[in-house]
Design a protein around this ligand. Structure first.
Ligand SMILES: C[S@@+](CC[C@H](N)C(=O)[O-])C[C@H]1O[C@@H](n2cnc3c(N)ncnc32)[C@H](O)[C@@H]1O
Length: 213
């Protein structure tokens, strides 16, 4: 049974209301649609849904890639409990749901074809460390798709970080070029970046598609 930690407690509480139909339809669903469309030509064997939350996208990835191992990863016990309910209580019916921190993923080197990460990356304590970890586990030729809230400028990012720091959980809403630089630094090559229209407080999120050379 996954256990809660102080750093995941916000998400444990949030998990009870996360699946409100209106919120899902107008805020998260457009991003999930964009990810599924971006993977239209892909044939992965292993897909990790990093920061999978209540498993909404995880379930769609299972349907889209029935022959792949689809693994949902999240550090929140509350979110994982909701995801288990969504995917079915019998582990044989659903992929592995793994409790882990994005900065310390329990996968072997070059063992993953595709990592998707929706609405989660902006919460990471150390985004550079998380990307270094992804560079370890994603095989050469594999892909990382990050869809994350994004400001227009570095100044906007700094303001969002300062404001949210007061609540004890800073958000890093990197403008697209900052995320591109971070991915470059980790050894990825960004092949596409675009905004995804949806309802939200801080502009439209950016979907970044990067390859591991
Ligand atoms: C806004 S939810 C997004 C959930 C899902 N990806 C979606 O698109 O609906 C953010 C998720 O990221 C997870 N998360 C945040 N920081 C994390 C970290 N450092 N390691 C693992 N999961 C994290 C939270 O627990 C939460 O489930």
């Amino acid at each position: 049974m996954p256990s809660s930690t102080p750093s995941s407690s916000l998400f444990d509480r949030w998990s009870a209301t996360y699946d409100l139909p209106g919120l899902q339809r107008f805020t998260y669903r457009p991003i999930h649609d964009a990810i599924v469309a971006q993977l239209a030509e892909a044939h992965p064997s292993t897909v990790v849904d990093l920061g999978c939350g209540t498993g909404q996208l995880t379930r769609r990835l299972i349907e889209r890639f029935p022959d792949a191992a689809v693994i949902g990863v999240d550090f929140s016990a509350g979110m994982l409990a909701e995801a288990t309910g969504r995917l079915g209580p019998n582990p044989a019916d659903h992929p592995a749901l793994v409790q882990a921190e994005a900065e310390r993923l329990p996968f072997g080197p070059s063992s993953v074809d595709v990592v998707v990460c929706t609405e989660s990356f902006h919460w990471y304590r150390d985004q550079a460390e998380a990307l270094d970890g992804l560079a370890e586990i994603v095989r050469p030729g594999g892909r990382v798709l990050v869809a994350s809230i994004a400001t227009m400028t570095g100044l906007g990012d700094d303001i969002v970080r300062r404001l949210t720091s007061r609540g004890g959980r800073p958000i890093r809403a990197l403008p697209p070029e900052r995320l591109r630089r971070l991915l470059d630094r980790a050894g990825f090559e960004v092949v596409d970046q675009r905004r995804v229209p949806r309802l939200g407080l801080i502009g439209w999120p950016v979907l970044t598609d990067a390859r591991h050379p």
